[in-house]
Design a protein around this ligand. Structure first.
Ligand code: NAD
Length: 310
């Protein structure tokens, strides 16, 4: 079962699971996800994770990847009620359905945002300090999952994703993630926008590498009951990413610098010691990952699917 199956990570995960021979059930309400992300050969249900109607779908499920969430930082800051409703109440509903069905494994999609109030880098799994609405809601969901582990024997793995990027990253939203946003602006012949001075640093991890870890959570009992950082253990400034993209697209363009957005961390950097101990490695270097993202968005652009991001 993958919740958020029409989203960026969920859609990529469904495809990988199908390729590996798993039968997959997917749930998404398409609030931000898109139908094209859902592979045709999964059992897809258009449903809201907050509803009782999802419970029967968990019958005979072995593993749940709970990815559905409201996750645009700014939207979340502006609508804490809806954020907590989806990310906390929705998560508890998915946990209840999982408990009732007696599933074998629950993988919770946590976020590096829970480190936003901690200034020591690289971020270690033991110390979190969520500050904004998104981070608080993701951490609350994680704490509820932990409660189901402690009191109901849920076999839980919590994955704290850093900046996941790659093909099918959601470029349609008002504020797309930086890599997609830069590439699209260049395809449109416009200058990419950077919020702030571009010195903020982010730990980027490629979506296929994240899927390698997803598979490990199903197959490797060393992941049971534990929290893992999912990053690459290296970070790049926004300007460095911008330069890598312009170089890969063979353009010389100046970014437009606008005021900083509220609530964005200065630095993200994962301590991946424990993740590496599983034998997992981030295999895709940033240049390769950017090239793959450009290739994907080029196809979208040429097929005329792209709406203007202005
Ligand atoms: N992408 C990242 O870099 C990143 C980083 C940290 C954490 N995460 C977490 O990973 C998960 C997936 O992120 P993503 O980047 O794929 O996001 P996404 O927005 O592309 O996917 C989330 C999906 O959840 C669906 N959804 C939202 N509310 C729903 C509801 N009430 N019922 C059913 N479906 C609902 C959306 O339609 C969307 O398809 C999220 O939980 C997010 O918090 C992502």
């Amino acid at each position: 079962m993958v919740t958020g199956a029409a989203g960026f990570i969920g859609g990529n995960l469904c495809r990988r699971l199908v390729d590996e021979g798993y039968a997959v059930v997917g749930i998404d309400d398409l609030s931000t996800g898109i139908p094209e992300n859902v592979p045709a050969d999964i059992d897809f249900h258009l449903a809201d994770i907050r509803g009782r109607a999802i419970h029967p779908l968990f019958k005979d499920i072995d593993t749940v990847f709970h990815l559905a969430a409201k996750n645009c930082l700014f939207d979340c800051l502006n609508s804490p009620l809806e954020t907590s409703d989806i990310n906390v109440r929705g998560t508890v509903n998915v946990l209840e359905a999982s408990k009732e069905a007696g599933i074998g494994k629950f993988v919770y999609a946590d976020s590096s945002a829970v480190y936003e109030g901690v200034r020591d880098f690289p971020s270690k799994v033991e110390r979190v300090k969520p500050v904004g609405a998104y981070a608080i809601s993701k951490h609350s969901g994680a704490l509820f999952a932990e409660m189901y582990r402690a009191f109901h024997g849920l076999n839980l793995t919590t994955l704290r994703y850093f900046n996941v990027y790659g093909p099918a990253q959601d470029y349609r939203r008002i504020m797309p993630p930086a890599i997609s946003a830069f590439i699209l602006k260049i395809f449109e012949g416009n200058s990419p926008i950077i919020y702030g001075d571009g010195t903020k640093r982010r730990d980027f991890v490629y979506v296929d590498d994240v899927n390698d870890l997803h598979l490990l959570t199903i197959e490797d009992p060393r992941t049971d009951g534990r929290v893992f950082n999912v990053g690459s253990g290296a970070n790049y400034s926004v300007i460095e990413i911008f330069n890598l993209i312009s170089e890969a697209m063979h353009v010389s363009v100046e970014p437009i610098l606008l005021d900083e957005l509220p609530g964005e961390a200065e630095v993200t950097l994962a301590d991946i010691t424990q993740t590496l101990e599983l034998g997992w490695r981030p295999r895709t270097n940033i240049r390769r990952g950017i090239l793959n993202s450009i290739e994907y968005l080029k196809k979208e652009f040429e097929s005329g699917k792209l709406a203007s991001l202005d």
